[in-house]
Structure formats: structure tokens, C-alpha cells
Design a protein around this ligand. Structure first.
Ligand code: CTP
Ligand code: CA
Length: 227
């Protein structure tokens, strides 16, 4: 009985998920990126599709296969991910930003491969990238917006700050200093935070299990389906 209900509970909902790292070119052969594997976002996309949602996955470079039935939109730079998200945000009901968006990008991309010059150090001028979630907030109508926060200290405090600053409905916080979870791992240990007195601490689970519980909670936050 419970299984049947769960199999259908996202039917007709349109979910936009971002996943993976971003990649910022320095020159034609080099780039700046991070350790995100994309596993958490792909697990959410796959689980939501199986529960009936129409799912679009905006993905930075990962080694993962597209989940069956999910439209995958590839991107590399943070600015590209932002453009793709803003193009699709208006038509979604829920945005889940699992992507590890790089915070800085080279101010100018060298057209030719940078050459060594003796033992001279190379200085890169890095500029902050656009904050996608903050920009999305300005376009919010009926959408439920969920962020992720990878923290190495003051986990709850930092995540609460992001919840407010980015006008999120929910933020998923994880402590990246804990061993055996997070980046690259198949496991995660997260807290689902809706406010200072609305914090759900989950045990260490597989990313697939975390995805299932997260989709349960988001479903309960969404306004009733329209039409
Ligand atoms: N995020 C975003 N655009 C950025 C950076 C982050 O939309 N340029 C999103 C992430 O996808 C995540 C949430 O914001 O859902 C929190 O990301 P995080 O890196 O933890 O927060 P930052 O605001 O970048 O702050 P900092 O890294 O300095 O802690
Ligand atoms: Ca960041």
C-alpha cells in the first residue's frame, strides 16, 4: 500500500535539479573545478522520475550516466549553469540545487596555452561567480527552492545563514569534514533545515536513501498540484 502511494506521489510535478561540479577554463588546456561527483543530484533526479515527476537535470561534467527518462542539459562554467537554470526555472515546480558551483572563476581566459617563464610564479586573477540561487529568488512565483550546503565548520549556523540569504524553503546541510561521506562517496549524512527550530538530523544513509527522504519532505512542502 505504502509503496503504491509512493510510486505515484510526484506525478505531474516538474523538478529541476542541478548536479556535479562546475569547470572554469584558465586557458585551452587547464581549468578550475572541485571534487563533486554529481551522485547526490543524479540520485534525486532518478528517484523523482520513478515517482512520476518530469525531471530536468542540469549537470556539470560528471562520469555518471543520464538516469532513464530524465532530460539532461550539460554545462561547464558557473555562468553557463546559471543561464540554463534561469531558462528553465519559470516552468518548474521545484528546484533542487545540489551542484557544487565554483565560487571563483578566472577573470580572463587566455586564448593560447600559458607558457612557463623560467621560475616566475603565475598569478591568476579570480572573480566571484554569479550566485545562482540568489538570482533565482528574484524570479520565484510558486516554486519550492531547495539548496545544499557543504560545510566544514559551524554547520547549522552557516546553513541557516544560507537558508535566509538565498530565500530557500529548505537547505540540506552536510559536514564535509566527517570521514566516509559527501564528495565522491555513495553515502551522505545530512540535516534537513527549514529554520532554527525545524532541523531534522538524518543518520548516515546511502545517497539513494537520502534522495527518497528529501523527496518525501519536499512533497509535503509543495503547494497542492494545480490544474
Ligand atoms: N550556489 C549557487 N551559486 C553559487 C554558489 C552556490 O547557486 N555561485 C548554491 C549551491 O548549489 C548550494 C547553495 O548555493 O545549493 C550553497 O552553496 P555553498 O557553496 O554552500 O554556499 P556559498 O553561498 O557559495 O557560500 P560558501 O561557499 O562561501 O560557504
Ligand atoms: Ca560555495
Amino acid at each position: 500500500q505504502k509503496h503504491l502511494a509512493q510510486a505515484e506521489d510526484w506525478t505531474g510535478r516538474r523538478l529541476l535539479v542541478t548536479a556535479g561540479p562546475t569547470r572554469e577554463p584558465i586557458d585551452p588546456v587547464r581549468f578550475i573545478t572541485n571534487h563533486s561527483s554529481g551522485k547526490m543530484g543524479y540520485a534525486i533526479a532518478e528517484a523523482a522520475r520513478k515517482r512520476g515527476a518530469v525531471v530536468t537535470l542540469i549537470s556539470g561534467p560528471t562520469s555518471l550516466d543520464a538516469p532513464a527518462g530524465v532530460e539532461v542539459i550539460p554545462c561547464q562554467r558557473a555562468s553557463e549553469m546559471r543561464d540554463r537554470v534561469l531558462e528553465r526555472f519559470g516552468e518548474c515546480d521545484v528546484l533542487v540545487m545540489t551542484a557544487a558551483v565554483g565560487d571563483f572563476a578566472p577573470a580572463d581566459i587566455h586564448k593560447e596555452k600559458i607558457k612557463k617563464s623560467g621560475d616566475q610564479p603565475l598569478l591568476l586573477n579570480l572573480q566571484p561567480t554569479p550566485d545562482i540561487l540568489k538570482e533565482v529568488a528574484a524570479h520565484k512565483t510558486h516554486q519550492t527552492v531547495v539548496g545544499f550546503a557543504a560545510e566544514s565548520e559551524n554547520v547549522v549556523q552557516s546553513a541557516l545563514g544560507k537558508l535566509q540569504r538565498k530565500h530557500l524553503d529548505l537547505i540540506v546541510a552536510n559536514d564535509i569534514s566527517a570521514p566516509g561521506i559527501g564528495f565522491q562517496s555513495d553515502f551522505n549524512q545530512v540535516q534537513l533545515i527549514r529554520g532554527a527550530d525545524a532541523i531534522e538530523v538524518l543518520p548516515r544513509l546511502t545517497k539513494r536513501e537520502v534522495a527518497g527522504i528529501l523527496l518525501d519532505r519536499i512533497r509535503d512542502l509543495m503547494p497542492p498540484a494545480r490544474g
